[in-house]
Design a protein around this ligand. Structure first.
Ligand SMILES: [Zn+2]
Length: 302
């Protein structure tokens, strides 16, 4: 019988789940609102009911993988901090295991998305790459030698908090001038409003669309953000000599032109020219759940 797992992408707005076999053949998708305002216990029960819905065909489930938008401890048992869920220092792995009744494995959502792209997406043929998601914040997952690199404390690949401007804007992490304060959707919107490119209530996507259509001020805002992102990617490449960088997330997905400019500028900045691919991720908002399923399979040794 096929070994089936569920992958869950636990987002601040939606819980997305997928039931798949060990080859990535998808049996079912499910998506429900997270309802995070009702508290962690309620959200964990929503995860449980999502798993139940996905397996209502009576399929035997081997394990569940869950991608969490936040920082986990080294053993990936506890969530230290997940601002988008309003969680701080809670042990969710044992609670989910108790609720669902099969092994549960956790990872950071960007790591899960990187596993998804490595399994079924744009990084299938790369053993050393980084996925960068640009949305409300910046997420990144790093794969070295075919495996997620988590670092000594499980906190590796926090590209969004790479410091670029010592006197810059205060970041959500408490430091100043992190990449996330310069390139995220919020940062782009802030700059666009300052330059009167868009009105209050606009979305970052609109700034990118305006830039694509040649609006001079919008081009200026996007070019400045891209300059910092190129610097962050250059720093990463000179450190790790990666073969591929994938760009995803709401901002990354919305503009192929942005990726082309980013690639050219990053390669310009490299001291020694080399073969490095910078391209769009292809799984979009399915990467997290598919990667969480892959995580479960890897942890099971499948
Ligand atoms: Zn920061």
């Amino acid at each position: 019988m096929a070994q089936l797992v569920v992958g869950i992408d636990l987002g601040g707005s939606f819980i997305k789940g997928v039931l798949t076999d060990r080859l990535g053949k998808v049996r079912r998708w499910e998506r429900v609102p997270t309802e995070r305002e009702k508290g962690a216990e309620h959200v964990l029960n929503r995860v449980k009911s999502t798993v139940n819905t996905l397996t209502q065909g009576g399929e035997a489930l081997a394990a569940v993988g869950v991608g969490i938008p936040g920082m986990l401890d080294r053993d990936r048992e506890r969530v230290f901090l997940a601002p988008n869920l309003g969680w701080r220092d809670i042990n969710i792995r044992s609670e989910l295991r108790r609720l669902i009744g099969v092994p549960v494995f956790l990872d950071n959502d960007a790591n899960a998305a990187a596993l998804g792209e490595a399994w079924l997406g744009a990084a299938r043929h790369s053993s050393s790459f980084m996925l960068v998601t640009i949305g409300t914040g910046i997420g990144s997952g790093l794969v070295l030698g075919g495996e997620i690199y988590r670092g000594a404390n499980g906190l590796a690949a926090e590209l969004g908090h790479m410091g670029l401007l010592p006197q810059g804007t205060r970041c959500s992490c408490g430091q100043r001038g992190c990449l996330e304060t310069l390139v995220s959707a919020g940062a782009i919107l802030h700059e666009a409003r300052e330059a009167s490119v868009v009105q209050e209530g606009a979305e970052a996507r609109e700034v990118l669309e305006l830039a694509n259509s040649g609006n001079k001020e919008a081009v200026g805002v996007v070019a400045e953000a891209m300059e910092y992102l190129a610097l962050g990617l250059k720093n990463t490449i000179v450190l790790l000599d990666l073969e591929l960088i994938l760009i995803g997330g709401g901002v990354g997905d919305s503009s192929a032109g942005f990726i082309d400019m980013l690639r050219d500028r990053t390669i310009d900045l490299l001291p020694v020219k080399r073969e490095v691919k910078i391209k769009q991720a292809i799984l979009g908002n399915r990467a997290g759940a598919l990667g969480a399923a892959r995580l479960a399979l890897l942890e099971l040794g499948s």
